[in-house]
Design a protein around this ligand. Structure first.
Ligand code: SF4
Length: 286
């Protein structure tokens, strides 16, 4: 296993003490180290929000971009550099709201990127407004009398459009979450890991998740059964965690693109930059 210190960033997370995103950060580092994926072979693309500060807190390549646009940047990176491990990491407002169109089509086309959504059922950075996954009746700054809108179910939606890997983890269960992220990285094609990641400041769901969660993979769930996966994704009395669905017989968009164009899409070599190249990039953006 690679030394975790190689993934340590000089930047300390400014998340609130107890924020679920700390657990997700540990799980991502653990997953990359367990798979021996060197930092220079990883790109993390994010959007806007507390969780989208993620690329700054881990020593890989990263892109902290526009709200809802983590996925299209990740897609471009993967097409240009197929050897890279490309993660899109952002929150529920970013990925299930503002950028959900990108998510649906990335899943449908089976782009070989891994989407980790740190889902806290609220807009945290902007101080507590209704998000796409906020629950019916949930009181937020924008719904002081309780939400009257049914929440989006991202798992069943993506299962419905043909996603080839769908899982749910919890940032309070770092070991299981790390294993799910490792499975997502190893998966051939698009992978969604929905991560329940409580916002302790605006919508703390630690107790709810802990009291209702169970490991669906210990209950004999068949991960090749799409209908069973959809049924499980609609459970609300209990919260299933684990791998809902996976199939690996679908070609990835990237494979088809390079094949259909006869290898004419230029592919960039993955390597360490030398000091001169690094300086040129820094000078360019200064
Ligand atoms: Fe985490 Fe919520 Fe604080 Fe943002 S506001 S850092 S999501 S606890």
């Amino acid at each position: 296993m690679m030394d975790l210190k190689l993934l340590e960033s000089d930047v300390r997370p400014d998340w609130c003490p107890g924020c679920g995103d700390f657990g997700a950060l540990s799980a991502v580092k653990n997953a990359l180290a367990s798979l021996d994926i060197e930092p220079h072979k990883v790109v993390i693309s994010s959007g806007i929000g507390c969780s989208s500060n993620f690329p700054g807190y881990i020593r890989t390549y990263g892109h902290h971009g526009l709200h809802g646009r983590a996925v299209p940047v990740a897609i471009g990176v993967k097409i240009a550099n197929p050897e890279l491990t490309v993660l899109a990491i952002a929150g529920d407002g970013d990925e299930y709201g503002i950028g959900f169109n990108h998510v649906v089509h990335a899943a449908r086309r089976n782009h070989d990127i891994k989407l980790l959504v740190l889902n806290n059922e609220i807009y945290g950075l902007t101080t507590g407004q209704l998000s796409p996954t906020s629950k019916l009746g949930q009181k937020t700054k924008t719904t002081p009398f309780g939400s009257s809108i049914y929440p989006l179910n991202p798992l069943s939606t993506l299962l419905g459009v043909g996603a080839t890997f769908v899982a749910r983890g919890f940032s309070g269960q770092v070991k299981q979450l790390s294993e799910l992220i490792q499975a997502a990285i190893k998966h051939r094609g698009f992978a969604l890991v929905d991560i329940l990641s409580p916002c302790v400041t605006w919508h703390d769901i630690y107790d709810e998740v802990r009291s209702k969660m169970y490991d669906l993979n210990k209950e004999g769930h068949d991960t090749s059964n799409l209908h069973a996966a959809i049924d499980r994704s609609h459970e609300t009395d209990r919260i299933p965690l684990g791998l809902f669905y996976q199939r690996e017989d679908v070609p990835t968009f990237d494979e088809m693109l390079h094949e259909n164009t006869g290898g004419h899409i230029p592919v960039r070599e993955v390597r360490h930059l030398n000091d001169e190249e690094r300086k040129a990039i820094i000078d360019f953006f200064s």
